[in-house]
Design a protein around this ligand. Structure first.
Ligand code: FAD
Ligand code: NAP
Length: 540
């Protein structure tokens, strides 16, 4: 196990210092009372466990947070989970990412609701960790913290003018149509021209494309926001180029999402040139073979089609071309034609050639991946954020490696450090569907359970002395921190109000697009000067 962990760590780390930190961590000796420091102690298998249950803070209420909580509460009965969420509403990307026309994907919320129904679970919404509540304060009141806060930024192309109007990140656009408060006022201009470019060929790019090309009457029956419907019904976009820097063999999207686009009513697909496909598809692994067969087949020409889309391969964007008359009007994008070093490999690197191609467009969506960022105060509790990878450094199983073993955070009674773990996209990077996030979250929960049981195997008590949310609240009050937490019952009120609004419109729900609206629906008095970090405009 030790070897596996070290190998995993070294394969994702760049320096020997980091590797030796991981090794150091394996030998981390336990502190006298709290189980925290004992978590890396190599020890015997724990057959039966009769010890106390931990009290755990989970930061983030997306799939990673809920699945970690679920397994923890199941594997050590009595485990208390306090789940902190920056927004008043739970579920992360299940609410704010998953496409409105994929309602079946949101069924995982049923499981999350079951978790939330446990008396050992507390939802603490509208609290942005690191901003509203300092991490070191949180750390004092828990046996363990699990970072499951996802990826709340997006990657940039690094092109000049990328911040100008008519360039949108997929994260902003998706957040906007799904009611994410941060992007309530994005108001994308879909009327400047008939062509759009989406850079990136992952499933998010296909979600964006499908939303742009779907009939508004189809979307109207989903939980897409009304303001997005309004903007989409006035859209002039007729063709979407989905542009990738590599070829069909390397595309990141999956077959189901391609098929959905090919089947869109009155939307044509531009055939892909034959020479872009490997000569012998039969030799490929089944999933890639089926995907390429589908791409090669395309879709029959639809006589009544008014819109179309294409997959444009082997193009890397190099310049944004702005109108000479109006420097804020996008006219097109210049791409470098690229060459694959090993066209037959799905991992092939790509190099730019001297040849270029210009695609005229008035709007560009950048869909090249999300990006996580550090939470303020992480280093103070022994967590290290890898800026290069955009993930929290961990041992491969979700155990977070402290910057320095002496970075002790007192727990009020002076006993020990807090254990820190990570789960989901902030652990492994912004890829993977809900099912893989679940597997990943279970892995982290298993690490916590294993560490906890080892530490307490021969200990019948005492119960955790940490105060959890009660302790946090008392200390926050003493420090006059302006926390405005919302618990599950308040979310349920928001949920009911959204469903009632939706019913009036013949859709599953009408989401509140502003934090203040959510709070009002929850029956919380909103003061005009309340500072809501989650509503603060961030660059897209
Ligand atoms: C556009 C899009 C569409 C997708 N569609 C599908 C799909 O159809 N099917 C599928 O299986 N998968 C889909 N996925 C993937 C799926 O959404 C992810 O695998 C999953 O949501 C990752 O879970 P997570 O909990 O790590 O992160 P998230 O879901 O992002 O949850 C993180 C949570 O942490 C909260 N948070 C962030 N910072 C703080 C803070 N400082 N304090 C407190 N809380 C904080 C956030 O508000 C959020 O609620 C999609 C992803 C995207 C981006
Ligand atoms: N329906 C669903 O199940 C669904 C829906 C949405 C999202 N998701 C999941 O959510 C995860 C995130 O999806 P995603 O689409 O954001 O990410 P993704 O799958 O990682 O795709 C990112 C795309 O951006 C390209 N890219 C990255 N950097 C680039 C650059 N500098 N220039 C040009 N192109 C660049 C990548 O090309 P290279 O390969 O060349 O790097 C790739 O085509 C994925 O696991 C996805 O499957 C699932």
């Amino acid at each position: 196990m030790l070897i596996t962990r070290c190998l995993r760590f070294s394969s994702c780390a760049r320096t020997t210092t980091q590797v030796s930190r991981a090794l150091d961590h394996q030998a981390f000796s336990p502190l006298p009372f709290r189980p925290v420091a004992a978590r890396f102690r190599s020890s015997h298998h724990v057959a039966q466990y009769n010890g106390p249950a931990p009290i755990v803070a989970v930061v983030g209420s997306g799939p990673a947070g809920f699945y970690t909580a679920q397994k923890l509460m199941r594997d050590i009965p009595g485990t208390k989970v306090d789940m902190y969420e920056q927004l008043p509403v739970p579920f992360g990307l299940v609410r704010f990412g998953v496409a409105p026309d994929h309602p079946e994907v949101k069924n995982c919320q049923d499981t999350f609701q079951e978790v939330a129904a446990s008396p050992d679970y507390t939802f603490i919404g509208n609290v942005n960790l690191g901003h509203d509540l300092p991490l070191p304060l949180l750390a004092k009141h828990y046996d363990a913290i699990v970072f499951a806060y996802g990826a709340s930024k997006d990657r940039r192309l690094g092109l000049e003018g990328e911040e100008k109007p008519h360039i949108y990140s997929a994260r902003a656009f998706v957040g906007w149509y799904n009611g994410l408060p941060e992007y309530r006022d994005l108001d994308p201009d879909l009327t400047a021209g008939e062509t759009a470019i989406v850079v990136g060929q992952g499933n998010v790019a296909l979600d964006v494309t499908r939303t742009l090309l779907s009939k508004v009457d189809v979307l109207r029956k989903t939980d897409i926001t009304d303001y997005a419907l309004h903007a989409l019904s006035g859209s002039k976009i007729k063709h979407v180029h989905v542009v990738g820097r590599r070829g069909p063999m390397q595309a990141a999207f999956t077959i189901k999402e391609v098929r959905e686009l090919l089947q869109l009513e009155d939307v044509n697909f531009t055939p892909i040139p034959n020479e872009l496909f490997p000569a012998d598809l039969a030799k490929l692994p089944r999933p890639r073979r089926r995907l390429l067969e589908l791409l090669k087949k395309g879709s029959p020409v639809k006589e009544k089609a008014t819109k179309s889309w294409s997959l444009d391969f082997l193009l890397a964007p190099t310049f944004l071309n702005w109108s000479a008359a109006d420097p804020d009007r996008l006219e097109g994008v210049t791409f470098s034609k690229t060459r694959l070093e090993d066209p037959s490999s799905s991992e092939s690197p790509v190099v730019n050639t001297d040849e270029t191609q210009v695609i005229a467009t008035s709007i560009l969506f950048r869909s090249i991946g999300y990006k996580a960022e550090a939470i303020l105060g992480m280093a103070e509790i022994g967590a290290e954020f890898d800026q290069g990878k955009g993930t929290i450094r961990h041992d491969g199983l979700g155990r977070v490696v402290p910057v320095s073993q002496s970075a002790t955070v007192g727990n009020g009674d002076g006993n020990g450090k807090v254990a820190v773990y990570c789960s989901g996209w902030v652990k492994r990077g912004p890829t993977g569907v809900i099912a893989s996030t679940m597997t990943d979250a279970f892995q982290t929960a298993e690490a916590i359970v294993e560490d906890w049981k080892r530490a307490y195997a021969s200990n019948s008590g005492p119960e955790s002395l940490r105060g959890g949310w009660t302790g946090v609240q008392a200390e926050a009050q003493a420090l006059k921190l302006p926390l405005r937490p919302l618990h599950w019952d308040k979310w349920q009120k928001i949920d009911e109000a959204e469903k009632a609004e939706g019913a009036k419109r013949g859709k599953p729900r009408e989401k509140f697009g502003k934090v203040s609206e959510m709070l009002e629906a929850a029956g919380v008095t909103v003061h005009p000067n309340w500072y809501t970090t989650t509503e603060k405009g961030r660059s897209n």
